[in-house]
Design a protein around this ligand. Structure first.
Ligand SMILES: Cc1cc2nc3c(=O)[nH]c(=O)nc-3n(C[C@H](O)[C@H](O)[C@H](O)COP(=O)(O)O)c2cc1C
Length: 201
């Protein structure tokens, strides 16, 4: 089993990074043969989507379509394709995901999905190109907003969850909202992150 852990933070070694590591530890405790790859999105050159729609309109039978942009998403799409399990960690930025993660999520939707779905009265919603199923967990760290206000301030979790579902056939098994890190510190969330990781068995 291949576990891809994505840390979408500007700060290596800080809260998001530490929580992702704890979740990896939890996942490894359940599966000692796990093949783990951890990446920092800031280490990659990821350009903005240009809305050319060549990925969306591709009729390839491959598990993912080719984007018209040649950058490090070529590497990352291959990593995603090979993954069975995902950990996605991000700080909350303006109530949503870190900007590098947003760019990454935008870039993967029509590469890994095709427009065959129906949503309410809409036709052409994204559905995964591949039948391969994945399992995922999500970690959000926030500076100020405590867990009690999560429902008003956390757009990050559902953006990740929805993208993982429609593009990667991924089921989100759980999510951690590590809130108010500036006052509480991050250590108080280590156990929760570890336990979350154990869901990826
Ligand atoms: C641009 C920016 C936007 C932020 N927006 C929020 C926010 O909306 N709510 C919040 O509680 N914290 C916000 N923060 C604080 C970060 O979520 C917090 O510092 C986070 O724990 C940092 O994660 P890191 O330790 O991995 O860098 C923001 C920080 C930055 C730099």
């Amino acid at each position: 089993m291949n576990l891809l852990a994505i840390a979408a933070t500007s700060r290596k070694g800080k809260s998001t990074d530490k929580l992702v590591d704890k979740a990896i530890e939890g996942a490894k405790s359940k599966n000692h043969d796990l093949n783990v790859k951890k990446i920092y999105l800031i280490d990659y050159n990821i350009g903005y989507c240009r809305n050319c729609l060549s990925c969306r309109d591709s009729d390839t039978k491959e598990p993912f379509a080719k984007c018209s942009i040649r950058d490090d998403m070529d590497i990352l799409c291959k990593e995603l394709h090979e993954s069975d399990l995902l950990i996605i960690g991000t700080p909350l930025h303006n109530g949503g995901v870190h900007e590098v993660l947003y760019t990454f999520l935008v870039r993967i939707v029509w590469v890994f999905a095709k427009p065959g779905g129906k949503l309410l009265t809409l036709h052409g919603a994204p559905v995964p190109r591949s039948d391969k199923k994945r399992k995922s967990i999500t970690i959000i760290s926030t500076g100020l907003v405590p867990p009690i206000y999560r429902m008003f301030c956390d757009d990050a979790t559902h953006i990740i969850k929805d993208t993982v579902k429609v593009a990667l056939n991924g089921k989100t098994l759980g999510s951690l909202y590590a809130g108010d890190i500036e006052h509480r510190g991050v250590d108080c969330y280590f156990n929760k992150a570890y336990k979350l990781g154990t869901l990826l068995d």
